[in-house]
Design a protein around this ligand. Structure first.
Ligand code: SF4
Length: 273
């Protein structure tokens, strides 16, 4: 066993030029996030630590790491919360529920793919998939009790995405079905790998209630050409907005959350000159 400190927070900053960058509604926030950090706080740390644990648990590599002892919460609330989610998750699910093909794979994965995406989009575009998985009919049958929402999916290759959340999203089925991330990731993969396409993307939702709750949402992929005809102009518009540092005041107090750059005074909320 290594002495790897698995619950030290590592903010990897996403894939760099992906969906979360372009869907940030305020261009100035994008620029300040890059300069000063996103200040996304302890909630984001919990999600990142939980993701790290999954990177070892699903491929059966838990023997390579040392988990923290039980009083970790005293030194780090986020680490304690990540461990609480991990314990609940591993009591419910099994690492053999699906076959992992790759973990944290970046798209594009090489220069040729980078060139192909640049040709298609005309702007830098990247994605990092939590997991690429293969789900057989046997897997689906075996998960009938723990993930009944997957009973009707087609067996095959899917992109798997962990979502740690503070509350149950009653509209998540609709929201993810029209979410650009859920359209983009399968489209990028299928554009680059037409011979081994994915069937769509699955959200594995872990809700941080007092008693941890779980649900799973599968969003089938659109036809790749149809998806690209929607995504290319969308991300090109977003790219132009962000390059100009466009100020979007409606994003300052979004859903009860105050923008960290307003709180620190880094942004005065005045329009760009
Ligand atoms: S305070 Fe408002 S205008 Fe300023 S960076 Fe944040 S979201 Fe943008």
């Amino acid at each position: 066993m290594t002495s790897l400190k698995i619950l030290e927070d590592k903010d990897t900053g996403g894939s760099g030029t992906g969906n979360s960058l372009y869907t940030n509604p305020c261009g100035r926030k994008t620029i300040l996030d890059k300069k000063l950090g996103s200040g996304s706080g302890a909630d984001a740390s919990v999600g990142r630590m939980f993701h790290t644990l999954m990177e070892y648990w699903y491929p059966g590599k838990m023997n390579e790491i040392a988990l923290p002892d039980s009083d970790v919460t005293a030194s780090s609330w986020a680490a304690g919360e990540a461990m609480r989610l991990f314990t609940a998750y591993t009591e419910r699910y099994k690492p053999t529920d699906l076959e992992v093909i790759s973990i944290e794979q970046q798209l594009p994965s090489n220069d040729e793919q980078k060139h192909a995406l640049h040709e298609a989009f005309g702007i830098p575009i990247t994605a990092r998939m939590d997991m690429l998985v293969n789900i057989t009919q046997e897997h689906i049958d075996a998960m009938a009790e723990t993930r009944p929402e997957l009973a009707e999916i087609q067996p095959g290759r899917w992109i798997w995405d962990f979502k740690t959340k503070k509350r149950t999203g009653n509209t998540d089925v609709f929201r993810y079905s029209v979410d650009t991330q859920f359209m983009l990731y399968p489209a990028l993969w299928n554009y680059l790998h037409p011979d081994e396409p994915v069937l769509g993307m699955i959200a594995d939702c872990i809700v941080r209630n007092k008693e941890v709750k779980f649900y799973t949402i599968a969003v089938p992929a659109l036809d790749v050409h149809e998806a690209m005809s929607i995504l290319v102009p969308y991300y090109q518009r977003k790219y132009a907005t962000h390059k100009l540092g466009h100020v979007e005041l409606t994003a300052c107090f979004d859903w009860g959350k105050v923008c960290p750059h307003y709180e620190t005074g880094a942004c005065d909320r005045k329009p760009s000159t």
